[in-house]
Design a protein around this ligand. Structure first.
Ligand SMILES: [Zn+2]
Length: 241
């Protein structure tokens, strides 16, 4: 088991691309807690910020309301860690007509929004200065995550790090995860981050996203963290070899 060298982010400019408002805290909350204090800057780009997905909201769920609530929850988290938040305003899968099954089965090339997202993301990132960029690796096949991955996969290989999409990974065994990543991106090298020390803090931070707290979310995040080593909690990052 090889660990990610956290010190490589010392005084570096980092960009984290998150399909939805909560992907950063769910997938990398432990890592972010560690690196946000040592990096020079950390910009979070939330791509699909118009949403109808809010199991924690009581009453009628409307897109404007959900977007406002989710943006506020995320802003609170970002302010806590000195992260600059950017919201691109694209409609997420729940607004584009997908349901819980079809959003995991759809193909990027058949989604009309793909080219607009690709153009916007590439233009934005080209205008930014950064040393490392974090991108979802696409475990779970969520259409919004796959669109972001497709848009970013051609970035400079030495600068891109792929984070494991959580809690989606809980549904797969290691062989399935390796196979799906290899099929999409070729041979990647995996690195682990020991988040045992900060795991309670990660859970506390996830609780800031009250609108997203569906049943089993915290349990699944815990299962994801403990599946590698019985006595420690982990997150995982992949890089090009
Ligand atoms: Zn997501």
């Amino acid at each position: 088991m090889e660990y990610l060298n956290i010190q490589q982010f010392h005084h570096k400019k980092l960009v984290y691309v998150s399909p939805h408002h909560d992907d950063m805290v769910l997938s990398s909350g432990g890592l972010i807690g560690e690196i946000s204090t040592i990096c020079e800057s950390l910009v979070l780009i939330n791509v699909f910020t118009k949403s109808l997905w809010a199991p924690g909201i009581i009453g009628e769920v409307k897109c404007e309301k959900v977007e406002t609530v989710r943006t506020c929850e995320d802003r609170f988290y970002c302010e806590k860690y000195g992260i600059e938040q950017m919201n691109l305003g694209f409609r997420d899968s729940s607004v584009r007509g997908y349901d819980a099954d079809s959003e995991l089965a759809a193909e990027v090339c058949n989604d009309k929004i793909y080219h607009d997202v690709l153009k916007c993301l590439r233009k934005l990132i080209k205008s930014m200065q950064y040393d490392f960029i974090f991108c979802p690796v696409g475990v779970g096949n969520h259409i919004d995550h796959k669109i972001v991955l497709e848009a970013l996969r051609g970035m400079e290989p030495g600068k891109i790090l792929f984070y494991e999409d959580l809690p989606y990974a809980v549904k797969y065994n290691e062989l399935e995860i390796y196979k799906s990543i290899k099929g999409d991106l070729g041979e990647l090298k995996e690195y682990f981050i020991d988040i045992t020390r900060v795991f309670d803090k990660k859970i506390e931070d996830i609780l800031l996203y009250q609108s997203q707290l569906e049943s089993d979310l915290l349990l699944n995040i815990r299962k994801c963290a403990e599946r590698f080593k019985g006595d420690a909690f982990m997150e995982r990052i992949w890089v090009f070899k």
